[in-house]
Design a protein around this ligand. Structure first.
Ligand SMILES: [Zn+2]
Length: 105
C-alpha cells in the first residue's frame, strides 16, 4: 500500500465530510479521556462549505486538517500520526509511552 493511500485511509477514520441540504461540513473526530481507559469521541464540525464545493477542494481541506497540529500530531518515536487524544504528550504517542517508557494508561 502506498503511503499516500495509507494516509488517506487513515484520514478517513478521523476526518469526514458530510453533505447536508446546501452545505458540506468537514468534521474531525475528537477523542477525550474523561476517565482513564474509557475514551469518548465526538465529531466536531471544523468547516462549513457551500454545497457546490468541489471534491478537490474538500480533499484539500481534509489534507490540511490532517497536518493541523491542533487535531493531529506525529509521534517523535514511531513517526506515526495520531489524533491529539492518542498522544501521551506533545512529543510521543500513548503506544510509545507504554512500550518504550513503561508508562501505563
Ligand atoms: Zn509513537
Amino acid at each position: 500500500m502506498s503511503s499516500i493511500k495509507k494516509e488517506k485511509e487513515w484520514a478517513n477514520k478521523y476526518i469526514r465530510s458530510i453533505r447536508l441540504d446546501n452545505t458540506i461540513e468537514i468534521q474531525v473526530e475528537i477523542i477525550k479521556w474523561p476517565h482513564p481507559h474509557t475514551p469518548t469521541s465526538s465529531w466536531h464540525t471544523i468547516k462549513k462549505l457551500d454545497g457546490s464545493t468541489s471534491q478537490e477542494v474538500i480533499d484539500e481541506l481534509v489534507e490540511n486538517t490532517l497536518i493541523d497540529s491542533r487535531y493531529f500530531k506525529v509521534c517523535n518515536e514511531c513517526n506515526e500520526r495520531n489524533p491529539i487524544g492518542h498522544m501521551h504528550n506533545n512529543k510521543i504517542c500513548q503506544s510509545c509511552a507504554e512500550n518504550n517508557h513503561g508508562i501505563v494508561h
